[in-house]
Structures are given as C-alpha cells and as structure tokens.
Design a binder for this molecule. Structure first.
Ligand SMILES: [Fe+2]
Ligand SMILES: [Fe+2]
Length: 205
C-alpha cells in the first residue's frame, strides 16, 4: 500500500516539476517581448489558472499544464513555418511569440474540475475528477483572445487577424469569406491555423 502511495506522490511531484519547467520556458520566451503593458499581462497570467489549465476537456492536452504545453508547441511550429514558408513572410519575432504563446489566452479561467462516479479496476464506485467548461468571460474564442490581450498590450493587425481566425474553418460557415480574405491579406493567419492543427493532431497537444 505504501508503495502504491509513494508511486502516486512521486508521479504528482514529477508532474508539478514538469509544469514548472513548461511555465519557466513559456515566460522566458514571452519576456523577449518588449511592449508596453507586457508586465501587467504576465501578472494577469500568473494570478490566473493559465499555467495549470488544460488545453481542452477531452481532446488534445486535456491534462494539467496542457494549455502551456500546447501554446509553446504552436509557437515552435509557427516559427518553423515562417522560416520555411514557400513565400517570404516578413514578421517580427515578437509577433510570432505573441501569436503562438497567447492565441488561446481565451482558455484562461475557462475550465473547472468536476467529479463523476465511475467504477475502478476493482469494480468499486469512486469519484473521478474530469474537466468541464465554466466560461467566466463568454466572448467567443479567437475574438476573446484578441479582446483579452488588447486590455494589456497593443496588437498589430497581423497579430489580431492571426489570433482571431486561428480556428480556421471550424468557425461557423458564415465566417468563411472573412477567414479566406484574412488568410490572403495576412498569410501569418493561415500559418497560425496550420500550426494550431499540427500541434493538436501531429503532437497530440
Ligand atoms: Fe484555440
Ligand atoms: Fe490552440
């Protein structure tokens, strides 16, 4: 029994360390951004659940720290895409950081843990935690990220469009024309959508 307990304690600590490492990495990258208001934005993130939130309830990154992990991965893929794009894309590194790391800031204070009854391996009923949505700022998704960010920092048009339309054609079809026009006008927005998909489906985070 003690071994069993130790195993869980050990794994819990390992997870915490992993989350701390991700948080440190995230902040190290974000602090390269020198823009008015960035410190206040970081303060907000620190006080919120951003660094322990999952990236989704059931799909990609549905574990503690999943949101930070997903955001770093999107940033890395986006950077790679910009550098290797078939078309030259002139965009400051600062914009790639803001778009990649903060496109899903809308998921801050968005999930909560609830419990349901389930049978364990021994056939005994027990309470099992799961993530559910409790949207404290019901303002959409990409548009909500833009709204939240602009409360702290000014965004360039490229940053706004890339974050607004990062969900691509999973948006309602009434938005397809605007999405297409935005991707033509700001190719970084298209690359952001692709990077988001690749983090989710190629890396599972
Ligand atoms: Fe998203
Ligand atoms: Fe995302």
């Amino acid at each position: 029994m003690l071994d069993f307990l130790n195993y869980y304690l050990y794994n819990g600590q390992r997870k915490k360390k992993g989350n701390q490492k991700m948080k440190d990495e995230f902040l190290e990258i974000l602090k390269q951004v020198k823009r008015e208001g960035i410190e206040q934005l970081i303060n907000f993130l620190e006080k919120s659940d951003f660094f322990i939130a999952p990236a989704s309830t059931r799909f990609h990154g549905n574990h503690e720290g999943g949101l930070v992990e997903h955001s770093i991965k999107v940033y890395e893929i986006l950077k790679h895409k910009v550098q290797n794009c078939i078309q030259t894309i002139e965009i400051p590194e600062e914009s790639i950081i803001i778009i990649g790391l903060l496109h899903d800031i809308c998921k801050t204070n968005f999930y909560k843990i609830d419990y349901r009854n389930a049978k364990n391996a021994l056939g005994v009923w027990e309470k099992v935690p799961y993530y559910t949505v409790e949207d404290t700022i019901p303002y959409g998704h990409g548009e909500k990220s833009v709204m939240m960010l602009t409360e702290y920092i000014k965004l360039t048009p490229e940053e706004k469009y890339a974050i607004r339309w990062h969900m691509g054609y999973t948006e309602p079809k009434e938005n397809y024309n605007a999405i297409g026009a935005s991707y033509t006008k700001y190719p970084i927005a298209l690359l952001t959508h692709e990077a988001d998909l690749e983090a989710t489906y190629l890396f599972g985070i």
